[in-house]
Design a protein around this ligand. Structure first.
Ligand code: HMG
Ligand code: MG
Length: 312
């Protein structure tokens, strides 16, 4: 039962009162779309997301353009949105990437580790330890400049080549990134195989090993329809930073069946129903995803976008 496209609010006392949504559509979403979106459309997308109330919008990546051609326009895009009064984190794999981001005045950067050897090789052309060694000076220089640094971890639950991923591998890379000086971590279920008990086990283990929940964000993909259940498990554990992608954009180039990230609209619908504040206007956000779907020439996979934009 909905009232004007909003869920009925039934708060739960066990959950955090507020959640910060880390919007990854312009970066994680568009990097995995087959169609490369014009720079002006990307800038308009980011502006519309900010106008819908999102306060952290991952804008682009300063990676090698041959590795991710969809984001090769980072130098053109970033200045087009730099005036927005929202946090605009960018991905930087190495010092070259950090220099490019600093030259444009970026204040928030993210390094992105893999917890499996196969994905480290495929994504960064490095072993896990070589990649960590590559990030060390990046994080040190970024912290010298007082930047906020996020550390991503990919394949935290399963890997397309290696299968289920032991929790100790995630713990090891998490501790390494925290020791380097990362301000927060994002635990990525890159191919979307996690289930809620696994999420709770991983979070508990990280806490026991000294990584506090306040430093942890979650990053779920919805391949097996578990992204919201996994998010709820993380919220019950006290996590208050959740990554999501407007309209459920994206996928994973290494797993053909993997769908995009958890759709921001699906997340907002659940959080609003639970009485959790996000600051997001669901109607404006949905309209933005419908607009972007037209540019990508494919409908949004988000159930909430489909339901709210459905016309009789
Ligand atoms: P490499 O080929 O080993 O690079 O790639 P290299 O260090 O040997 O350098 C080779 C050339 O690249 C050099 O140029 C460098 O200057 C240049 P040359 O001297 O030959 O003319 N180069 C660069 N150019 C521009 N910007 C740079 C840069 N770095 C080197 N930053 C590298 C290593 C890390 C560069 C490459 O593997 C890369 O760019 N990888 C990025 C892959 C990527 O962006 N993947 C997607 C993000 S991760 C993700 O999506 C998962 C996440 O969403 C969480 C989840 O879902 O789980 C975060
Ligand atoms: Mg992702």
């Amino acid at each position: 039962m909905t009232v004007q496209g909003l869920p009925m609010v039934v708060p739960s006392e066990d959950l955090p009162p507020r959640v910060r949504i880390h919007e990854v559509g312009p970066r994680d979403g568009l990097q995995n779309e087959q169609r490369t979106v014009p720079t002006e459309v990307k800038a308009e997308f980011i502006r519309r997301l900010a106008a819908a109330g999102l306060t952290t919008i991952e804008a682009t990546s300063f990676v090698h353009p041959k590795w991710v051609p969809q984001l090769a326009d980072a130098e053109q895009l970033y200045p087009m949105v730099g005036d927005l009064q929202v946090a605009l984190p960018v991905l930087v794999p190495n010092e070259r990437g950090l220099d490019r981001a600093l030259a444009l005045g970026a204040r928030r950067v993210a390094v992105f580790a893999s917890v499996t050897e196969s994905f480290a090789k495929a994504n960064l052309n490095r072993t896990v330890d070589e990649a960590l060694a590559m990030f060390e000076p990046v994080v040190a220089h970024a912290k010298d400049r007082k930047l906020h640094v996020r550390g991503y971890l990919s394949m935290c639950f399963g890997d397309p080549w290696e299968g289920p991923v032991p929790i100790h591998q995630v713990v090891r890379v998490s501790k390494a990134l925290m020791d380097m000086g990362c301000d927060e971590l994002s635990l990525g279920d890159t191919i979307g195989v996690a289930t809620p008990g696994h999420v709770q086990d991983l979070l508990s283990e990280l806490n026991e090993e000294g990584v506090p929940t306040s430093a942890l964000g979650v990053h779920f993909h919805d391949t097996y329809g578990q992204a919201l259940a996994n998010t709820l498990a993380a919220l019950q554990h006290g996590v208050t930073t959740v990554d999501a992608s407007a309209g459920g954009l994206g996928g994973c180039p290494y797993a053909k069946s993997a769908t995009g990230n958890l759709a921001t609209e699906d997340l907002v619908w659940m959080l609003q129903g639970l009485g959790i504040d996000t600051g997001v206007d669901l109607g404006r956000l949905t309209a933005t995803s419908v607009w972007m779907a037209a540019h990508l020439d494919r409908p949004s996979p988000s159930r909430t976008v489909r339901a709210l934009s459905h016309k009789e």
